[in-house]
Design a protein around this ligand. Structure first.
Ligand code: GTR
Length: 368
């Protein structure tokens, strides 16, 4: 029998996605474009802070020395090390490791997976082999070179290159990381042979929070794969199953990930005017697929299920499919391992190329 999760805040209801804040229903596609802006506003004002703007002009992308150390060549792929300079007037660059499959058919552009977890060395040659072996390019960068991951200090985010460029914007580190994903996508648009219309964004845990925010705010990402992302990601602030990370804890331990004011909502989650279904609905109709581990209670897979189900309403409204707000579960704990990466690639194969999907994106392990 499937377990029934016990949530904090019993009886609390998620906000209606298809009603304007005024109570008027969202009836047309044009209404939805306006409703999207309403969803973005509290996420920025209260939780993540304002997303720094897209730099003017195209980025300069240059090839640099081939990688050594942790990112050695994967035998069946070419490896390029590139730097993208997002600002025309500065020498600030983001380093990218790009693994591309060696293909017989060089005519068709290669779809791409971007992962920002270069900081954790979780993306080893084994992952590069897996991704390129399935016909995708893998682009890895270290998101902490965009915004530092110093949990306790907003000062560090303010003092980063991005923070100093926008002293008027009080954004947290997650927003900075999400901005970084978008700048990497700008670079991918400049690289010959890559398919910028088929770019998946993925990341683990705090990197998954950033990947989801990037996918929600930047509609150029074709598919969005947060892994074990929990609170501030795919989990839920309101519907916290036993063992989930509360708002009070995450804002105390990692205040700089969010706006300075967000901690004021500790133990007042029911007063928040949004939850993670806002992020998921912002992805619609593009697929958002949450990869979760049943033993990773801190990441609240049950809450992620409920907020995913809520977002499906928007997918249906936009003529998309329920399976485009998909979930994948495995046993085990908090990691981003081969089964999670494989599930992502399976899903991309299905969505982009119509191949059969060997697992059910609508399966839920909970009685909800
Ligand atoms: C934890 C944090 C989680 C998650 C995790 C991680 O300590 O509480 O929200 O982000 O770190 O990034 O591994």
């Amino acid at each position: 029998m499937k377990p029934t999760p016990v949530f904090k805040n019993p009886g609390a209801k998620l906000q209606d996605l298809l009603r304007f804040d005024s109570g008027t229903p969202v009836l047309t596609a044009e209404d939805w474009r306006r409703r999207r802006l309403e969803l973005i506003k509290p996420l920025q004002d209260i939780c993540y802070g304002p997303m720094p703007p897209t730099p003017e002009g195209r980025p300069r992308v240059v090839t640099t020395k081939p990688g050594k150390g942790a990112f050695r060549n994967a035998p069946s792929a070419t490896h390029a090390r590139l730097v993208t300079f997002p600002f025309a007037d500065s020498d600030y660059g983001i380093l990218l490791d790009l693994y591309t499959p060696i293909k017989a058919d060089s005519e068709s552009p290669t779809p791409v997976v971007i992962c920002g977890d270069g900081c954790w060395q979780r993306v080893t040659p084994e992952f590069a082999e897996l991704v390129t072996g399935r016909g995708y390019a893998l682009c890895v960068f270290d998101r902490t070179t965009v915004s530092p991951d110093i949990g306790e200090s907003h000062e560090a985010v303010r003092g980063s290159v991005l923070g100093r460029r926008h002293p008027e914007l009080e954004f947290g580190a997650i927003a900075g990381w999400a901005w970084g994903f978008s700048r990497v996508l700008d670079a991918i648009q400049e690289i010959k042979g890559l398919d910028a219309s088929r770019v998946a964004v993925c990341g683990h845990s705090r990197g998954g929070k950033a990947a989801l925010l990037a996918g929600a705010f930047d509609e150029r990402f074709a598919t969005v794969f947060p892994n074990g992302s929990g609170s501030g990601g795919s989990g839920s602030w309101l519907l916290q199953a036993q063992g989930a990370e509360p708002l009070e804890v995450i804002t105390r331990v990692f205040p700089s990930w969010f706006t300075p004011g967000f901690a004021a909502y500790a133990r007042r989650e029911t007063e928040l005017p949004f939850d993670s279904h806002y992020l998921k609905a912002l992805c619609a109709p593009r697929p958002v697929v949450s990869t979760e581990a049943l033993g990773d209670l801190w990441a609240n897979p049950a809450g992620a299920c409920v907020t995913h189900a809520a977002a499906r309403e928007v997918y249906r409204f936009l003529g998309g499919r329920d399976a485009h707000a998909g979930m994948h579960f495995r046993n085990g704990g908090h990691e981003h391992g081969i089964p999670d990466w494989t599930a992502m690639l399976d899903y991309c194969d299905w969505h982009y190329f119509g191949k059969p999907l060997p697992w059910d994106p609508l399966y839920t392990p909970f009685a909800l």
